[in-house]
Design a protein. Structure first.
Length: 330
């Protein structure tokens, strides 16, 4: 057979109805096991594979999930995308990556995803605007979720690491080590999704009498921005007035800060400046850095998201605990 085999070809060869052939490829469908095995055997012989696009027209389920990303400078996003894509494929779904950048704004990204008739949209980034989100939440549109950040929109559930619990554990560790002058390095300013880390970092230090925490604003989640932020702070601040521990909003910032502190200012880590990261990237644990970092429970977060996508659990915001990895940087 030179042309591609069809469901009608399988039905004719198997001596069964077209309906039975279609149902044989739907998990849990109400047909006998004998008929299913007959259909699958004939389909393999003819080289037939069901047309998922055609099936989606009938079921209204495409199996496509749009993943909107706007900060590829953060390598942690790549590891997250790998895990997310694998988890979706294991459930017979597929990730459709939409890169939001200088030439492709959020409104166009949501429209593009909706026109593709995706089953859901996952926000994996920082700067999602309220008006765009409102458009995405129109009646009959795909479900929208925030992954690895906290949603600030009441109608969009998020699956994220528990920022309060993680910062409580980090501050407890730092206080026990004797640090008294904390600083905080922030990254990109989010619009409709947040991290909450800075808020809880300040909250738990206040409980130990620290009221004012210098903010070193990197403005982006990348290595060079972290270098510039710490370079500026160390150049402008006398040694006796400097912080003794820097909490960085993620591992990329921590690595940049670690490098510039040692290479340009000759600081000893942790004797002169302790540094803490967040995310749990593999590179943070390498001997050249040895960064103390809080690992996000990404496997559990993605599993929770997939359960919602598949309807196995209700769509709601959840906070999951991670794990503090103490290393030589503190």
């Amino acid at each position: 057979m030179n042309r591609r085999a069809t469901a009608e070809d399988v039905a004719t060869e198997a001596g069964l109805s077209r309906w039975t052939v279609n149902r044989a490829f739907v998990p849990g469908s109400n047909i006998s096991e004998r008929s299913r095995e007959r259909v699958l055997a004939v389909a393999e012989h003819l080289g037939y594979h069901p047309n998922l696009l055609a099936r989606s027209l009938h079921t209204k389920v495409t199996g496509q999930v749009a993943v909107l990303v706007d900060d590829f400078a953060n390598p942690y996003k790549l590891a997250t995308l790998e895990k997310l894509a694998a988890a979706l494929q294991a459930e017979e779904m597929v990730a459709m990556l939409v890169h939001i950048g200088q030439h492709y704004d959020h409104a166009r990204a949501f429209l593009h995803a909706d026109q593709r008739q995706v089953d859901a949209i996952v926000l994996l980034g920082t700067g999602f605007q309220d008006d765009s989100l409102q458009q995405a939440l129109r009646v009959g549109g795909p479900a929208v979720y925030v992954l690895a950040r906290e949603s600030t929109h009441p109608d969009i559930p998020s699956i994220s690491c528990d920022a309060s619990a993680s910062m409580a554990e980090i501050v407890k560790h730092l206080v026990a080590r004797g640090y008294q002058r904390p600083g905080y390095m922030s990254g990109a300013r989010a619009l409709s999704s947040g991290l909450g880390r800075q808020k809880y970092h300040a909250k738990y230090w206040r409980q130990h009498g620290v009221r004012k925490i210098p903010e070193l604003a990197a403005g982006a989640y990348d290595y060079r921005s972290a270098e510039a932020a710490l370079r500026r702070y160390l150049s402008e601040t006398p040694a006796e007035q400097r912080i003794d521990v820097l909490m960085c909003e993620n591992d990329v910032l921590a690595i940049g800060a670690h490098d510039v502190a040692q290479r340009e200012f000759g600081l000893r880590i942790p004797e002169d400046l302790a540094i803490v990261g967040y995310d749990g990237m593999d590179i943070a644990g390498m001997p050249m850095f040895g960064l103390t970092s809080y690992a996000q429970p990404m496997d559990d977060m993605i599993a929770a998201l997939v359960d919602m996508l598949k309807g196995r659990s209700a769509s709601r915001s959840v906070l999951l605990p991670g794990q503090l990895a103490v290393r030589k940087s503190t």
